[in-house]
Design a protein around this ligand. Structure first.
Ligand SMILES: Nc1ncnc2c1ncn2[C@@H]1O[C@H](COP(=O)(O)OP(=O)(O)O)[C@@H](O)[C@H]1O
Ligand SMILES: [Mg+2]
Length: 155
């Protein structure tokens, strides 16, 4: 599914739509965010985490790598792989400890192996003043979600 996001508010609205279309308990889902610097990954992530029920700041995990949130809809891990040099580093960072929650991963393309276990992949690209977004269902269970988003385009 492809759509044009004319401004940051549209990116936030898409994040809210994706959050609303996930199951009530988001544990075990993986959402990949791809796109170059400034494409809108963090804008999406902040709106997504707030839409899942977090109130307050959503600090960048660039240095901490993982920011955890305990929310009503489950545990959420906001991950940023910008500083990852090699995919193997993930093992040393306690990657398997994140299995119980939803993993929202910025710079997911730095760890290509993640797409094997991902559900949704969002790619953001510069296009004029706005951004072009492409949402792909990676897992079978995500296909319904993408179909639902395509059927009800709010953005
Ligand atoms: N659809 C959009 N159109 C125009 N600007 C956007 C859009 N989405 C986000 N932005 C803006 O792009 C800038 C960079 O966004 P950010 O989320 O920090 O990118 P990233 O995390 O990918 O580096 C911010 O100023 C944000 O408001
Ligand atoms: Mg960012």
């Amino acid at each position: 599914m492809k759509l044009y996001l004319c401004d940051a508010t549209a990116t936030e609205a898409l994040a809210e739509d994706v959050a609303a279309s996930l199951p009530g308990d988001v544990g075990g889902w993986t959402v990949l965010l791809n796109g170059e610097l400034g494409a809108g990954k963090s804008t999406f992530a902040r709106a997504f985490i707030r839409a899942l029920g977090h109130e307050g700041a959503v600090p960048s995990p660039t240095y901490t790598l993982v920011e955890p949130y305990s929310l009503k809809r489950g545990q959420v891990y906001h991950v940023d792989l910008y500083r990852i040099a090699a995919e193997e580093e993930l093992h040393y960072l306690g990657w398997s400890d994140l299995d119980d929650g939803l993993r929202l991963i910025e710079w997911a393309e730095r760890a290509p192996g993640l797409s094997d276990s991902a559900d949704l992949a969002l790619t953001l690209r510069y296009d004029g003043e706005g951004r072009r977004a492409e949402i792909a269902a990676v897992s079978a269970r995500a296909a319904d979600i993408v179909a639902g988003l395509s059927a009800n385009p709010n953005t």
